[in-house]
Design a protein around this ligand. Sequence first.
Ligand SMILES: Cc1cc2nc3c(=O)[nH]c(=O)nc-3n(C[C@H](O)[C@H](O)[C@H](O)COP(=O)(O)O)c2cc1C
Length: 316
Amino acid sequence: MERIGGPFILAPLAGYTDKAFREIARSLGADAAVTEMVSAEGLARNGEKTKALLERFPGEDRLIIQIFGPSDDPVRRAMDNLLEYNPTVIDINCGCPVPKVVKTGAGSALMHSPEMIARMIKAIKERTRIPVSVKFRLGWDSESINYLAFADAAAEAGAEMLTLHARTRAQGYSGKADRNAFMELSKHFRGSGVLLFGSGDVFTPEDAATLIDDCGLDGVMFARGAIGNPFIFRETKALMETGHYGKAGLEERIATAEHHLSLMVRYFGENVGCREMRKHLMAYIKGIPGSARAKDAIAVAITEEEMRKALSTLLR
Ligand SMILES: Cc1cc2nc3c(=O)[nH]c(=O)nc-3n(C[C@H](O)[C@H](O)[C@H](O)COP(=O)(O)O)c2cc1C
């Protein structure tokens, strides 16, 4: 746990957890953050797209790099380049439900194959002592729940950290995450020294506290609950330490959205930065009374100035 800084981590979110969002989350209390999923094959080939995903923000001291791939072969070939980035932890994606990924045998398709995840972990372990983690689901569907056997295979192969997204592949991102499964996982691994994290339906500080206090997990990954609401890290820490927390006010929400926008533009240029920022801004202003007009303006804004102007209308 010392290595990753603490129990509250920004989950891997493709299309979201770039260095700008990770910087915002860390500044508000996230102990560490995970990159967007990165193709092992892309890493092996040293592709430009892959390299961009792995850049750190200035001062980013901890970075969990998540890779995806169908087998140990691309992982083995990716290792030289992966180690160049000095990951804090190397995580393997066994949860992605997207057909394009699954049909190659990667992501949640790996749930069918505990032997393969063991081989992938061993391919990493042959090369480095950097801790390995696996993020996986309950199983492929409700007929094939196998998370405990899968977790056993990963731990036996040497994984030091396991993150269960307590839904099946068939559920995608809908349906309730199964908290009972978190309890089963923590019972199963009690005393083993494997770090156990939970993911799924963590939308409030109370949700996170439940996973740790009631389900017995070591930590939590915040995913959709942190989009537009990175304050959830600070709030959760306050809740765990003092039993209560204050919500971020309107001014802080807008100021954080503006700061996030400025980082996006600094890191990715105005064009790409504004385009990628749109979905974040929509999330930041969700639920603010009178935000409908600002949303319309953000939907068509293509410059930083236009986006700032739309945000400022919310403060009047
Ligand atoms: C837009 C989006 C992108 C995601 N990308 C990844 C990813 O790259 N790797 C991964 O392991 N999980 C990914 N996830 C899954 C999340 O990390 C998390 O496990 C899931 O959203 C459940 O948590 P939640 O219900 O609290 O959102 C993604 C989820 C969403 C909604």
